[in-house]
Design a protein around this ligand. Structure first.
Ligand SMILES: *[C@@H]1O[C@H](CO)[C@@H](O)[C@H](O)[C@H]1NC(C)=O
Ligand SMILES: *[C@@H]1O[C@H](CO)[C@@H](O)[C@H](O)[C@H]1NC(C)=O
Ligand SMILES: *[C@@H]1O[C@H](CO)[C@@H](O)[C@H](O)[C@H]1NC(C)=O
Length: 193
């Protein structure tokens, strides 16, 4: 048997093993119309413990699918597109900028799905030009939070909260929460799956 034949055999066995492995891991849903949860995602307690991959734990909470990021907390899973590896999330507190400011995806299998761009968050004691994007969910009558391009000169009435890379769709010119929060994932050491 030559080496090529051997590797074909080896890989067929490998994939058959994975198929058998997956069939012991039933697809689950948190509700009738919730996203289908299967490999690499898993719901501990609802599937055998060998299912899915570490770092891909989801929880069902009152019929809602949630994912818990240690640096942020639970976010609602709106959909999972396995073909394009896209996880669409919603912030239950409806403040996507609070997620961008606090959630650190490094150290998780996830990264933002959309192209990133550097932005600066400012916390200002006065209102800036109405052409700038005020983050209403982080602002109140005395403190005004803005996202600006990183080249923007910081006004005297403002403190820089954070300079971070956030998805480009959230640029001040394309603002809006309609995109939701998109993440893609990578399986450590296993690019083909
Ligand atoms: C969850 O779904 C079940 C079945 O549809 C329903 O009976 C139950 O009231 C729901 N629970 C919550 C908290 O929405
Ligand atoms: C953002 O800024 C950091 C450091 O200033 C830089 O290393 C990084 O490449 C920038 N990212 C983007 C997407 O421009
Ligand atoms: C903005 O600054 C004020 C005053 O220092 C502070 O109370 C508030 O929590 C800050 N806002 C954010 C989002 O950090």
């Amino acid at each position: 048997m030559d080496a090529c034949m051997f590797s074909i055999l080896f890989f067929s066995m490998f994939f058959l093993t994975i198929k058998a492995f997956e069939s012991n891991c039933p697809m689950v849903k948190c509700s009738h119309d919730g996203p289908a949860i299967r490999f690499p995602f898993r719901v501990p307690g609802r599937q055998p413990p060998n299912c899915g991959r570490p770092g891909f734990d989801l929880v069902c909470k009152e019929n809602t699918t949630m994912i818990d990021f240690p640096t942020y907390g639970p976010l609602v899973v709106k959909s999972i597109s396995y073909d394009i590896r896209k996880l669409a999330l919603l912030d239950p507190k409806n403040c996507v900028h609070e997620v961008f400011l606090n959630l650190n995806p490094s150290g998780t299998p996830f990264q933002y799905y959309y192209l990133l761009k550097n932005f600066t968050y400012l916390n200002c004691s006065t209102r800036l030009s109405p052409s700038l994007n005020q983050v209403s969910c982080l602002s109140d009558s005395r403190n005004h939070v803005y996202t600006v391009e990183s080249s923007f000169p910081i006004p005297f009435s403002c403190k820089q909260l954070k300079a971070i890379s956030i998805p480009f769709s959230y640029s001040p010119y394309l603002a809006g929460n309609s995109f939701g929060l998109g993440f893609t994932w990578r399986l450590p050491g296993c690019e083909r799956l």
